[in-house]
Every structure is written in C-alpha cells, then in structure tokens.
Design a binder for this molecule. Structure first.
Ligand SMILES: [Zn+2]
Ligand SMILES: [Zn+2]
Length: 163
C-alpha cells in the first residue's frame, strides 16, 4: 500500500499525486515542495534529529518520552456526506492514546450516519485507532514516521535558508 510522501500515513482510498509522489490530502500535497527537498536530506542527519526529538520531553504535556509520531483517525458523516482524516502529532505515548481514544469515540458517535462511506470508513478508522493504541511504535528507537518528520523539518529549514 502507498504511504503519504509528506506525513507517512498509509493511503487507503484516494490520495493526491504531485510531482511523481503520492499524498494523503491536499494539505500534504501542498507540502510537496518540502517533501521533494526532503529527498536530498542525508539519512544520518534525519536520524540524528529524530533521535533528539525521541529523547526529549513530550511537547504536549512536558511529561517523559519517548516522543514519537502518534497518528489518530477520525470520520464523521451527515447522511450523504462522509469525511475522514488522519492526523499526526509529535507526542508521548500517553498523549497519543488520549487523542486516539477521543478520535475513536468521536468516530463511533459521528461516523456511521452517512451512506455508504460512513458504514465503510467508521470500522476502518476505529480499527486504525485501536491498532495504534495496542501496537505503538517501538519505544527503543525513533519510528520511520518520526525520521520522515525530521527529514521534512530539515528540508523546510533548507528551503527557508535559500530564500
Ligand atoms: Zn499525508
Ligand atoms: Zn505527552
């Protein structure tokens, strides 16, 4: 399955193509310029920054780490319209679980009421939240998603310093 070139989320349905890469959303496609620059960031630099972020305190609650990318998944419906989205935050596992639980609860309440996508996407998004809660990233090392996030931060800095 394809994963988003900007945020690393697995793309289940849809997605946007931009400059030969796939993105999960318009927002991520807009980040395509950064994503392309990110390909030039050396692996060692991305890994170094990811390891620093991983070892820091949680930027959300200032609690102990490890800090990593915590994805959460939402869906909401209104009869013939269903919207779904994934979000990623850099946070500790506890903050991640809080967001994933809230997203699961919100999807459970607001997800179903659309046909047909509400009925299809609600179990999908619930499952993805539950999977993220029960199967977290390996706490011993930064996840590939955090390394990708770090790569994008470095690429962003690189582009800004060129302007
Ligand atoms: Zn994305
Ligand atoms: Zn936290």
């Amino acid at each position: 399955m394809a994963s988003c070139g900007a945020c690393g989320t697995t793309i289940l349905f849809g997605g946007r193509d931009y400059a030969g890469m796939r993105f999960c959303s318009e927002k991520c496609a807009a980040n395509g310029r950064v994503a392309i620059a990110a390909q030039r960031v050396p692996d060692a630099e991305a890994l170094l920054l990811a390891s620093q972020i991983h070892a820091e305190k949680c930027p959300k609650c200032a609690g102990p780490g490890p800090v990593d990318m915590r994805a959460s998944y939402k869906v909401w419906s209104a009869v013939f319209m269903t919207r779904w989205a994934s979000a990623s935050q850099v946070a500790c596992r506890r903050c991640g679980i809080r967001k994933q639980s809230l997203s699961a609860l919100g999807s459970l309440i607001f997800g179903w009421w659309g046909f047909p996508w509400g009925l299809i996407m609600t179990p999908v998004q619930l499952f993805r939240n539950i999977a993220a809660i029960v199967k977290p990233h390996d706490p011993a090392r930064p996840s590939p998603q955090l390394i990708q996030h770090s790569r994008l931060l470095l690429a962003d800095r690189m582009l800004e310093s060129q302007v």
